[in-house]
Design a binder for this molecule. Sequence first.
Ligand code: PGA
Length: 250
Amino acid sequence: MKARLFAANWKMHQAPADAAAFLRTFLDQYTRQQDRRVLFFPPAVSLHVVVDATRERSDIGAGIQNLHWEDKGAFTGETSAALARGAGARYALVGHSERRQLFGETDAQTGLKMAAAVRAGLTPVLCVGETLSEREAGETLGVVARQLRAGLAGLEPSAVASAIVAYEPVWAIGTGRTATPADAAEVHQAIAAVIRALIGERGGAVPILYGGSVNRSNVEALLATDGVDGVLVGGASLDAEQWLAIVRAG
Ligand code: PGA
């Protein structure tokens, strides 16, 4: 059985002092569970706090929320995968819908970022998902397949096999609406089929997370859904007590 993944996307929250306080509470109460891993995606300025606090915990990893596709250079304000790796990150979110929607990230750029993450030794978490209008137009599976193929295009099969995918319907992010287990199951199954088409049966090992308004009340049902290997959580991951309840679920 795949280990369950519980990923916290802190977005633009948790300054170093807040991250440190959160982790004191969390690490005091959360002991290692064989069947699960916990990942934190703090803002870049707080990455070192998460890395330092979790150094002894092989069941907990830290990552960055975004990266530039070049390894280094004159790109003021950007962080490369190699810099993040040097700061202790092991994971990277790539193609989060807020990057796509608010910052104009294209499928092609997402592909370059995936390749850069792998080059630097980070495990990428490729985020895919449709907007409300795309869902209403019946385009969900087509959009998700397009985002997946573009994101994975520059990767060797072995890198695809060790990547992580997150299905996050855009209309469910930060809105309090979640996909029904049936909707999530349909898309997770379609994602798994695209990955298998790319790299064959070993694609079955790629964890597929669900994200979008996950909280302590709905996490059990989502984790019980066919094809859901874990969750990617924004708002509900900012409170240590709620996050403890979520990572203990399932
Ligand atoms: P949310 O965000 O849990 O606040 O909806 C999830 C995400 O954007 O990764």
